[in-house]
Each structure stands twice: as C-alpha cells, then as structure tokens.
Design a protein around this ligand. Structure first.
Ligand code: ZN
Length: 389
C-alpha cells in the first residue's frame, strides 16, 4: 500500500464519519454527495448565513435601493424565464427544488461581493452597477447568472454547506468553475447571450496577477471557460490567457487576430466561437438588421447589428458586432460585395487602402470602422467555409 492510498483511505473514513475538513480544496468531486440535509435545515442555515452576510429586507428598502432592486430583479426574471426556472417566495420543500426553482434575489451591503447562500437564496451587492450599455449590463447579468449557477448546482445539499464553510479562505476552483459554466448555459438563450456575452461580462478577471485569492479563483474559472471555447471550436477560437491578451481565429498554423470595434473584441470573438461550434459561421448566414428589429431589452450599441442567422442558434441568430450606420441597405450592399469578392488577405485589412477608400468615397454614411469590421467578419467566415469544404 503506498502513501497515496493511505491518504485516500483516511480521507474516506473522515468523510464517512461526517467529519469534514475545511482545508480540503477542491472540497469534493462533482456529484459525490447525495443530499443528507433536509430542506428545512438548509433553509435555517441559509437564513442564518444571509443575516451574517448583511442581506437587506426587500420590504424595507429605501426608494433608491428599491429602484436598483427592480432593475436587478428584472434581469433575474429574464434569466429565469429564458431557462424555465420558477421564482418562488416560499421555502423549498423538496431536496430537488433547487434544480428548477430559485427565490427572488436579495440586496446585501455595498462591499461589492455577491453570494449564493443555499436553499435557493442569492444576494447581490448594493453596488453602483452600470446599466444602459451592453457592456455594463453584461457584468451585472453575468454576476446574477453566476450566483444562480451556484444555487442551481447546490441549492439543498451538503456541498452548499461545505462551500459556505469554506468561503473566504478556500473558495474552491471547482465550485467557481462550475458556477461560471452554469452561467454560460443560463445566458445562452438570451438574444444577446452566448460566449461573447460571458467574456464581455467577465473580462475584469482576465489577469492572473490579482493579489486577492478569490479573484485568482475567478481567473481560473474564466480560463476554464476559455478552454471550453477552444475545445468546442476544434482549436479555432483561441483566447490568450497568458502574455498579451487577445482572441484569435486559428487556421492551421496561422493566427488571425480578431479586432472587435468599439471595444467589443471579447463579444465578437466569443459570438463567432458560438457560431463555429454550431457549424454555421458561413458568409451566406451573415446579415445586418436594425437594432429595432431585435429584442428591445438588449442595449446594443449603435444602430445596426451584424448577425449570423441559423435555426441551429438560440432564437435563430447570434449578434456578432455593431454599427452606427442606420441605413442597413448601405451595409448590406457592402456585405454582398465582400462576400462575392475573392478571399482577402485578412492580416492587412486594418490598413487596407481599398476598403478605406471605398468607405470614404461611397458616401458620408459609410463609416470606415463599419467597412473594416464587416470585411473582417466576412473574411473569417470565408476562411471557416474553406475549412468546412
Ligand atoms: Zn461564485
């Protein structure tokens, strides 16, 4: 018997006796526990924990807090509706309630931390969340989806109790990665959702240099999702997690860096990845629609949205990028021109004199950035089509 086996046996004995060491990190393997805690006991534990974590009573919020609460709750409701999750007020009665139900979120003190407390309760920090832009909304939506992810995974079993016990010192990479992956599933049915939306909402965790141990855990969760993206696209979409941050489309040994305009590189790269994973990122599926034609709850920047359409995508399309051009006919003409042109040298498109000339001379409504962005997307779709042939 080697040392490793002895350790495993000793650990097994401890766990079977119900003695749980708080230094085990990650605590336990996925799904290794069958809920030993009754819903009533979970409820008591969650109530105690919420008090400790500074949860506000929703009925006595100030008017400004109530305004914030309503915005946050609308996002929770949108996520729940898109995923057939029921929002209920009454405490859970079954050990499986947490898999399909959740309670209305609660506001907690403004230290910036949001928690999942078990038994279907999530607390969102009373922070200066940014609404009114896709970028700002993605951060708050991603935070709510992440906490909902914890709840759906752990609502009423011992793992949640253990997770709460470990929190602060030994928050496990396993649990955080699991919650992030669950959040990707939750945002995916939203019209603006997908991996791009996840990356947009999480890009504050893209540095591993963070001193805070918890932030480092989130970096590892983010890295795991980046790896999922790479695997699902058969290595085509690669996100640099070390060195200079960037997203590339890999075609054999050639890397084509992706440049989203208006600071939306994360969004463009992740959304393209989604379409590649479904095998539908092809020039013929690209289209341009006015913002008003898409879901009005999404705050898309600009006037028009470049989309990839396919019945294989949630809601039938994925938004890829944005344009300030309102006249979609102008953009559609440019799109058709690029689709029918021979494949371009992608690496030089940013300084492509021809594109810029065309953009400037066609009319004042053409914006250089629109022409460049469109050409990049079409070129990548053509490269993808060539691989599929
Ligand atoms: Zn978490």
């Amino acid at each position: 018997m080697n040392q490793k086996k002895i350790i495993t046996l000793a650990l097994g004995t401890l766990l079977s006796l119900g003695i749980v060491q708080t230094t085990i990190n990650p605590p336990i393997a996925e799904a290794s526990y069958e809920a030993p805690m009754s819903p009533a006991r979970q409820e008591r534990l969650a109530q105690k924990q919420m008090k400790k974590d500074g949860a506000y009573d929703t009925a006595t919020l100030s008017s400004s807090q109530k305004a914030l609460y309503n915005k946050l709750f609308a996002i929770q409701k949108r996520l729940a509706d898109a995923n057939n999750i029921e929002i209920v007020d009454k405490p859970f009665t079954s050990r499986h309630d947490h898999e399909t139900k959740i309670h209305p979120l609660r506001l907690r003190k403004s230290d910036g931390w949001s928690y999942s407390e078990g038994a279907g309760y999530i607390l969102i920090s009373d922070t200066n969340w940014k609404f009114g832009s896709l970028k700002g909304t993605s951060q708050v939506t991603q935070t709510i989806a992440h906490e909902m992810g914890h709840s759906l995974r752990n609502g009423s079993n011992l793992r949640m109790g253990l997770f709460v016990a470990l929190r602060g010192k030994h928050e496990s990479r396993l649990e955080e990665t699991g919650a992030d992956r669950e959040s990707v599933k939750l945002i995916n049915p939203l019209p603006e959702g997908g991996w791009g939306y996840y990356l947009l909402g999480n890009n504050r965790f893209k540095s591993q240099k963070e001193k805070h141990s918890l932030t480092r855990v989130y970096y590892h969760a983010w890295k795991a999702v980046c790896n999922d993206i790479k695997n699902a696209t058969k290595n085509r979409i690669q996100i640099s997690v070390t060195g200079t941050y960037g997203i590339s489309y890999m075609n054999g040994k050639t890397a084509y860096p992706i440049h989203g305009l208006l600071g939306y590189t994360d969004y463009l790269g992740g959304q393209i990845a989604e379409c590649i994973a479904k095998g539908v990122f092809l020039p013929r599926n690209l289209d341009i629609v006015p913002v008003s034609k898409l879901n009005s709850k999404c705050q898309y920047p600009g006037k028009s949205v470049i989309i990839c359409s396919s019945p294989k995508l949630p809601n039938g399309y994925r938004a890829l990028a944005f344009s300030y051009e309102e006249n979609t006919q102008v953009l559609k003409r440019l799109l058709a021109e690029y689709i029918h042109a021979p494949i371009q040298n992608h690496t030089s498109y940013i300084s492509d004199a021809d594109v810029i000339q065309k953009a400037q001379t066609a009319s004042s409504v053409y914006k250089k950035s629109d022409a460049v962005q469109l050409k990049e997307i079409v070129t990548l779709a053509k490269l993808e089509e060539a691989i599929q042939k």
